[in-house]
Write a protein that binds this ligand. Structure first.
Ligand SMILES: Nc1ncnc2c1ncn2[C@@H]1O[C@H](COP(=O)(O)OP(=O)(O)OP(=O)(O)O)[C@@H](O)[C@H]1O
Ligand SMILES: [Mg+2]
Length: 303
């Protein structure tokens, strides 16, 4: 049985369609990532699941039961908001304790669980600080501790790492993934980071272009897609995929060189070549072959 299921979920604000009919199943213990451009409805979807506002149409099921009408604190869901939404007048520790107080947990247990949760996000010494006395990244971690401390069945994370520096972000990402596996919390994670699977194997042209640059070639009734860093320029016809063309603009970017080509058929193509001293150099106006190995070519539907 799925832990969380969305069926035809919609949310409209007047003429604005914020969520346009989502069908989604998340299995128990699964880590589901939602990725999409700004304004596509990610935060609204999480808000609907959490129960902050009602859908315009569709249903949400938790463990097979429809949750329409249930208030947020009766849904067994932990949320980390994009803007944290900490209570400004409460200390970090009190913020983390809030969900436990709402659930009438005993004081002794609350203190212990708050301590554990703050340890988990590496904020042990800062329990007494108020949000305004914390950095953006620290606030984000308080919000994470506040969501985890209630040990929810489903955890909703809305860009929870966006304000952390790179090192901490990577630590937290590993920490969250480990925690999620260890505790088996079903998780829906909204992110702008590029998941490798989608980058390496995009299913559609929209996805391929959303998270990087891509060359597209139509062939019969299929579409071949090749990432610029997986293509090569060569003086001769080599590789499994080869198209002849002419070098246009050449951009020197230090670690890489970017070659903009016009192929014989008039199509544009882009090659990102490593500046490693081995790759042959080309100049604007040179004739050259755009080549790629079979492993670097993805096939996808034309639309
Ligand atoms: N309360 C509201 N009233 C009117 N329109 C809204 C409201 N909340 C969201 N919207 C609109 O709904 C759409 C989806 O918003 P949402 O916040 O879900 O996007 P998002 O995918 O989370 O974007 P981002 O990546 O920028 O956080 C946007 O066009 C937004 O302007
Ligand atoms: Mg958002």
């Amino acid at each position: 049985m799925s832990e969380l299921r969305l069926a035809g979920l919609e949310k409209c604000y007047g003429a604005t369609v914020a969520v346009a009919g989502i069908d989604l199943e998340v299995r128990e213990g699964e880590f589901m990532t939602l990725l999409g451009p700004s304004g596509c409805g990610k935060t609204t979807t999480l808000g609907l699941i959490a129960g902050f506002f009602p859908p315009s149409a569709g249903e949400i099921y938790l463990k097979g039961q429809p949750v329409a009408g249930l208030p947020p604190f009766k849904r067994d869901i932990g949320v980390v908001f994009q803007d944290y939404a900490l209570f400004p007048h409460m200390s970090a520790g009190e913020n983390v304790a809030f969900g436990l107080r709402m659930r009438n947990i005993q004081t002794g247990e609350i203190d212990q669980r708050v301590r554990e949760a703050l340890d988990l996000v590496q904020l042990s010494g800062l329990a007494e600080r108020r949000p305004l006395e914390l950095s953006g990244g620290q606030r984000q971690r308080v919000a994470l501790a506040r969501a985890l401390v209630i040990r929810p069945a489903v955890l909703l994370l809305d860009e929870p790492l966006s304000n952390l520096d790179l090192k901490l972000r990577e630590e937290m990402r590993v920490e969250i993934a480990g925690l999620q596996r260890r505790l088996g919390i079903t998780t829906v994670f909204v992110t702008h980071d590029q998941p490798a699977e989608i980058y390496e194997r995009p299913a559609t042209r929209f996805v391929a272009e959303f998270i990087g640059r891509m060359n597209f070639f139509s062939e019969a009734n299929r579409l071949i897609a090749i990432r610029p860093e997986r293509a090569r320029l060569s003086a001769e016809k080599t590789g499994d995929f080869a198209r002849r063309g002419k070098v246009g603009q050449v951009l020197y970017l230090g670690a890489t060189l970017e070659y903009h080509l016009t192929l014989d058929g008039g199509e544009r193509a882009l090659v990102e070549a490593p500046n490693d001293g081995n790759a042959p150099r080309f100049a604007a106006g040179d004739a050259a072959w755009f080549t790629a190995s079979r492993e670097s070519c993805y096939e996808m539907p034309a639309r």
